[in-house]
Design a protein around this ligand. Structure first.
Ligand SMILES: NC(=O)c1ccc[n+]([C@@H]2O[C@H](COP(=O)([O-])OP(=O)(O)OC[C@H]3O[C@@H](n4cnc5c(N)ncnc54)[C@H](OP(=O)(O)O)[C@@H]3O)[C@@H](O)[C@H]2O)c1
Length: 352
């Protein structure tokens, strides 16, 4: 049995990790940290998990021994766990980091985007970006995985086939419009994220260069083998879970819907958790929808071509807490430790 420790287990993504791992046959959670709930049962922060993890109580982050487990999940706010992650790595423990701390290879981006100087830039190249459809092979046996951001996951899944197939004008680039759920903001509400100001609202945030654009560019650059121009503008909308990304680009001359069909079908041909949905007049109305993926690893990826303007839009709908966080983290752990990659992750989505 693999022993796991979770840093930040009282939060949104920590709760999802506990939920998914509760039905994983090969993993036992040895410790789970929280400052607020230290010494209290896990269900005090996550009442839906009462009856699972009987006897497991939160541990203060000051009292953990990272060397005591086989795998550490870091679900702390960015910057907080970077040194603990490095310590675990040095101890030979596998680490799956859900924060942004090991996602970017370029250390100079951390002060600019996250406000801290990276304590272990030497490990940035060691971390494998845990997006199954692109880096799944590299995750096998890896020691450090950086779980993609939720908006970045949706943006990349929507845009990757456009870039990999070279059907778009790369000099014009890609504009990604993201609709994001309130659980993205974590479990501690800020003045603007409280329910009365979020419910029934829709508004853009950080439209001048969102942090997740940097990761999306890093990945799409790997696929394109050249520089990528991409803007990502998230919008806070009235839903508790889910991300919908719409990636707009211009097609190259003489490229149309049939080339797009080939691009998406070929990119996702070996991807059991991606549903590809072409959208065009005459086809059944079945758009990518967050309602179809909630609680699961599924991503619904679609695309549409507007012949008159030469525009193509790729879409991706995911659950930010499963596909965009804890689910990809468990996928990474499975691959790193030699489990079947989809172990614990095959649950069908909820609907409605
Ligand atoms: N929410 C999402 O959709 C999402 C998706 C992808 C990635 N992520 C990333 O995942 C990480 C966790 O996000 P979340 O939404 O789960 O956040 P969250 O709900 O705010 O949870 C944060 C956790 O960290 C603990 N914590 C906070 N500050 C701490 C500190 N200074 N020292 C020790 N423990 C601390 C909190 O527990 P105590 O306060 O009780 O200690 C809690 O368990 C973040 O890096 C986030 O960017 C989030």
């Amino acid at each position: 049995m693999v022993r796991a420790g979770i840093l930040g287990a009282s939060g949104m993504t920590g709760g999802e990790l506990l939920r998914i791992l509760a039905s994983h046959p090969g993993v036992e959670v040895e410790w789970a940290t929280s400052r607020e709930y230290a010494g209290k049962p896990v269900h005090t922060a996550h009442p839906h998990l009462r009856g699972f993890y009987t006897g497991l109580k939160y541990t203060s982050i000051d009292n953990i021994d990272v060397g005591e487990v086989d795998v550490v999940f870091n679900a702390l706010p960015h910057g907080v766990g970077a040194s603990i992650v490095a310590e675990a790595y040095e101890n030979g423990v596998r680490v799956v980091d859900l924060s942004a701390d090991y996602r970017l290879r370029d250390q100079s981006l951390y002060p600019k985007l996250y406000g801290f100087k990276h304590p272990r830039p030497d490990l940035l190249d060691e971390a494998i970006y845990a997006l199954p459809e692109i880096y799944g092979e590299k995750l096998r046996g890896a020691r450090l995985a950086a779980v993609p951001g939720c908006n970045a996951t949706a943006a990349i899944l929507a845009a990757a086939p456009l870039v990999a197939s070279k059907i778009i004008d790369m000099d014009v680039g890609i504009i990604v419009d993201v609709k994001a759920a309130s659980s993205e903001a974590g479990s501690k509400p800020s003045r603007h994220s409280i329910h009365p100001l979020r419910e029934g609202s829709a508004r853009p945030y950080t439209p001048w260069g969102h942090r997740h654009a940097a990761e999306a560019i890093q990945v799409l650059r790997d696929l394109a083998g050249r520089g990528v121009r991409l803007s990502l503008v998230p919008h806070a909308v009235s839903m508790a879970r889910g991300v919908l990304a719409s990636a707009h680009a211009l097609l190259r001359d003489n490229i149309g819907f049939s080339e797009a069909v080939r691009a998406y079908a070929s990119f996702y041909k070996n991807s059991p958790m991606v549903r590809v949905k072409p959208m065009a007049p005459g086809l059944p109305v079945d758009p990518p929808d967050v309602k179809n993926v909630i609680g699961s690893m599924f991503a619904e990826v679609g695309f549409a071509v507007e012949e008159e303007s030469g525009r193509i839009t790729g879409f991706a709908a995911i659950d930010n807490l499963v596909r965009g966080a804890a689910g990809q983290a468990v996928y990474a752990m499975n691959a790193m430790l030699g489990f079947d990659e989809w172990e614990g992750l095959r649950s069908p989505p909820l609907r409605p």
